[in-house]
Ligand binder design. Structure first.
Ligand code: ADP
Length: 407
């Protein structure tokens, strides 16, 4: 009987959901760092502590389970993680994982790449909690829960910030007294796993463009843009926290900091301001209807239209800003839920860019979300590349597993 291939779990613990994917490491990946582990199964629990629902599927789409649970049974992330793992291990006939790769939102300035997790790493990540209050605590809960249950199992942290480490000081500064910058109050940038994946993908599909000045628009529930030169981050729209930049599903994006002071002076508590800026703003705040782009595009409400118009306007403005940083633009890439799937939003954003950049979309290619959605005559090519943050985590985890002699 042949030995089963090694299995890696990828854990993405969000504020009210936990996603776990199982990847299988093929033989070729034991030698070659560029061979991507293949997805075998995926499970996620949403509505933890409110209305838990577990959905798990094999990679070919076969459903393993789709179940709702009473809140008492899945009150927290710990319980959610155990439940998913149990479900998926049954689906995979209980092959134990050889490593776990975690998505960790904030790695500060210390981590320019994925890292093996030990006590010192956990202590550093704990210190960064105030910079990502909605995400980092859940990332750490998952790490600690696994460490408690299997102390010797290799765990790897893959950071949303790492891709942006090493940018010029100008891209990291905010015009506060300089000692705050030295203390770490600086612009870090996020969605780095997605950008690292897209940089890698662009090199495969359009190596000539990948060498040049590229702006990637990651438009999902969270949204940001990244300016890359030769596949490296030069600047991005997110800052100290994942609130900055363009408006998102529920987050405000850049606002006048004076608005926060004004609200505080009116008696609004820090907690209330925080929950408004992270959870009640952006598309949801302006429309008063939903944070979901599909719902807004389907709505007749004038405020839904206003929210979508503002979103496209601000995204285009940020593209202009990043193009200044790059000193020009050789390609624009759209990715993530909205970016990869919404011809309408791509068209609205690009309409703002026609005069300045000579961008012109091909309506048929854009309507079909083809890989290249611009006309041949477009001065700047526009591409659509679906992202794969979890695949990127699996790749980095396999690399560290290999480096530590585990493959
Ligand atoms: P997350 O940031 O949580 O990973 P996604 O990248 O999956 O989110 O993006 C979710 C967003 O993508 C939602 O606003 C959803 O409405 C939007 N979206 C997905 N498909 C489409 C589509 N065909 N048209 C417009 N928006 C879409």
């Amino acid at each position: 009987m042949s030995t089963p291939h090694p299995v890696i779990l990828v854990v993405n613990a969000g504020s009210s959901s936990v996603k776990v994917s199982i990847y299988v490491v093929p033989d070729a990946a034991h030698e070659n760092v560029d061979i991507q582990p293949s997805l075998a199964a995926h499970g996620q629990i949403e509505g933890i502590g409110v209305a838990p629902r577990l959905v798990a599927r094999m990679a070919d789409g076969r459903e393993v389970t789709d179940q709702k649970f009473p809140v008492e049974q899945v009150p927290d992330h710990d319980a959610a993680f155990r439940l998913i793992r149990l479900t998926l291990s049954v689906a995979l006939r209980d092959t134990p994982p050889v490593a776990i790769g975690h998505r960790v939102v904030h790695g500060g300035s210390d981590f320019a790449d994925a890292v093996r997790i030990d006590d010192a790493v956990i202590a550093k990540l704990q210190k960064l909690v105030p910079l990502a209050p909605l995400h980092q605590p859940h990332n750490l809960t998952a790490i600690r829960a696994i460490r408690g249950a299997a102390p010797d199992l290799l765990q790897v942290a893959c950071f949303d910030t790492a891709f942006h480490v090493g940018r010029d000081e100008l891209a990291q500064l905010m015009a506060l007294p300089y000692e705050y910058y030295e203390q770490g109050v600086r612009r870090y940038g996020f969605h780095g796993l997605s950008y690292a994946y897209i940089a890698r993908r662009l090199k495969q599909v359009a190596p000539d463009l990948a060498e040049g000045r590229v702006i990637v628009a990651h438009l999902g529930n969270g949204a940001s843009l990244c300016a890359m030169r030769g596949g490296k981050s030069v600047d991005s729209t997110m800052g100290l926290t994942a609130l900055d930049g363009m408006p998102m599903g529920t987050r405000c994006g850049s606002i006048d900091p004076g608005a926060v002071l004004y609200l505080a002076a009116q008696g609004m508590s820090t907690d209330a301001i925080q929950s408004m800026l992270y959870g009640q703003s952006g598309l949801k705040g302006i429309s008063g209807i939903s944070s979901d782009m599909r719902a807004l595009l389907a709505s007749d409400s004038p405020r839904a239209k206003l929210a979508v118009d503002y979103y496209a306007y601000r995204a285009a403005q940020e593209i202009g800003k990043l193009a200044v940083t790059l000193g020009g633009l050789d390609a624009l890439v759209f990715t993530a839920g909205v970016g990869a799937n919404s011809p309408d939003i791509r068209a609205r954003i690009c309409a703002h860019l026609t005069d300045l950049f000579g961008i012109s979309l091909d309506p048929t290619a854009n309507g079909d979300s083809c890989q290249r959605v611009s006309r041949d005559a477009s001065r700047v090519p526009v591409l659509v590349l679906p992202t794969d943050e979890e695949g990127m985590i699996a790749l980095s985890t396999a690399r560290i597993l290999r480096e530590s002699g585990g493959l």
